[in-house]
Design a protein around this ligand. Structure first.
Ligand SMILES: Cc1ncc(C[n+]2csc(CCOP(=O)(O)OP(=O)(O)O)c2C)c(N)n1
Ligand SMILES: [Mg+2]
Length: 412
């Protein structure tokens, strides 16, 4: 077992992990109350992986993650109150309240997001590290993603280019043993994920993701390899999320006992115990770390509540592309550039009804007035609306407050 660092560093590691834990518990609670909207993916249980990693990064290094990254941003130094305001969809959030939980971003702290596309952040990480290399800068990019993401095409493509171009990047797979409800044994032919990029020329290593010191050492080695030798590595960090995949996960794919077994190895409890036993920290300091977390999170909620919602007339600001009037309602039609029938929002109500009637007539259904699907969904009696009917098991529902509460434990 690796030695403990000095007392100040140990306190910092403990305090950061405690803060992230408290922040996420509170985020879950605020989601249940429908103050935080959209989707919510908590990383409770994975704090040592997050904090161990960021604790050995320099300010100039870049971090990029997934949709489970409240803690990653906080660990990089983003103010918790701005992350909370983002969850609340308020103007003082990290993305002005327009991104929400899955899209935390803080360019100043070089936290490059926040992505909802599984594996989508890998090629972006390659691009960021290519830019550093091209500009002759010293910065290393750390790219964190899940075990499930290691099955995407992006993974192979990115590993190939990272090795070929000798990019200063550390790929860190946060193996929490599941991709949504599918265990790693059921989704990956190679279950030793550290080996998964060897064939591309990216060597791998493995670390215990419940041990903050082990993560620190392994990440430091990978970062050094990237910074000094300009070589990518793949580090697999084995960890566990205590909560469901998202806030609406009935968790039918694992037993309660399994979760409890991992909770026995809780990264915060374990580390606090070790610091106490080694005499590096005292009870008073451990308590202080917890109280400080409590205070910061309380202030973050107050800040988020007080922050206004974005004004309606700013809705189209910061959009990458917009046409006037906004054509292409939900389909792309390449016949000619102008909007076609059914594609212009302004004409939608009538056009949708006419199209629905034409469709019904074609299908041999009796003619006659039908509800407008643009405003009422497909409201034939006894027929589920299409969106609900086509939703697969495991898909996440929209953020109706009633559905948000499905899997949350009693936080209050
Ligand atoms: C390209 C793509 N495919 C599928 C999804 C749906 N999806 C969201 S999260 C997820 C599981 C990913 O698991 P993993 O990479 O292990 O990350 P974890 O959620 O465990 O942190 C899936 C399949 C998606 N968002 N993007
Ligand atoms: Mg996973």
């Amino acid at each position: 077992m690796a030695d403990l660092p000095d007392a100040a560093t140990c306190y910092e590691l403990l305090a950061r992990m405690a803060l992230i834990r408290r922040f996420e518990e509170e985020a879950g609670r605020q989601y249940q109350r429908a103050r935080a909207g959209g989707f919510l993916h908590l990383a409770i249980g994975e704090e040592a992986t997050i904090v161990g990693t960021t604790s050995v990064m320099r300010d100039e290094d870049f971090l990029i993650g997934t949709y489970r990254t409240h803690g990653h941003a906080i660990a990089r130094g983003t103010e918790p109150k701005r992350v909370m305001a983002e969850l609340f969809g308020r103007v003082d959030g990290t993305s002005g309240g327009r991104g929400g939980s899955m899209h935390i971003f803080d360019a100043e702290k070089r936290f490059m997001g926040g992505y909802g596309i599984v594996g989508g952040n890998l090629p972006i990480a390659a691009g960021i590290s290519l830019a550093s290399q091209y500009k002759g800068e010293d910065a290393v990019t750390v790219c964190m993603f899940g075990d499930g993401a290691s099955n995407t095409g992006n993974f192979g493509e990115t590993m190939n280019l990272a090795a070929l171009w000798k990019l200063p990047v550390l790929f860190l797979v946060e193996n929490n043993l599941y991709g949504m409800g599918t265990s790693v044994e059921r989704h990956s032919a190679q279950t030793d994920l550290s080996k998964k990029a060897e064939g591309y020329g990216v060597p791998g290593a493995r670390a215990d993701g419940m041990d903050v010191i082990a993560v620190r050492e392994a990440v430091a080695a990978g970062i050094e390899e990237a910074r000094e030798e300009s070589r990518p590595t793949l580090l697999e960090v084995v960890t566990y999320r205590y909560r469901g995949h998202s806030a609406a996960d009935p968790e039918v794919y694992r037993e309660r006992e399994e979760v409890e077994e991992w909770q026995e190895k809780d990264p915060i409890e374990q580390f606090a115990k070790r610091c106490l036993e080694a005499g590096v920290l005292g009870e008073r300091e451990v308590q202080q770390a917890r109280e400080a977390a409590e205070e910061t999170v309380k202030a973050a909620v107050e800040f988020a509540e007080a922050s206004p919602e974005p004004a309606l007339d700013t809705m189209y600001e910061n959009l990458y592309a917009r046409t006037e009037p906004s054509g292409g309602w939900y389909a792309v039609d390449e016949r000619s550039p102008e909007p076609h029938r059914g594609e212009d929002e302004a004409e939608m109500p009538d056009a949708a009804r006419e199209l629905a009637e034409a469709g019904a007539a074609y299908a041999g259904q009796p003619e006659g007035p039908r509800p407008n699907p643009a405003t009422h969904g497909d409201a034939q009696e006894g027929v589920e609306p299409r969106v609900a009917a086509e939703r697969e098991v495991g898909d996440e529902p929209e953020s109706a407050p009633a559905e948000q509460a499905i899997n949350e434990e009693d936080d209050d």
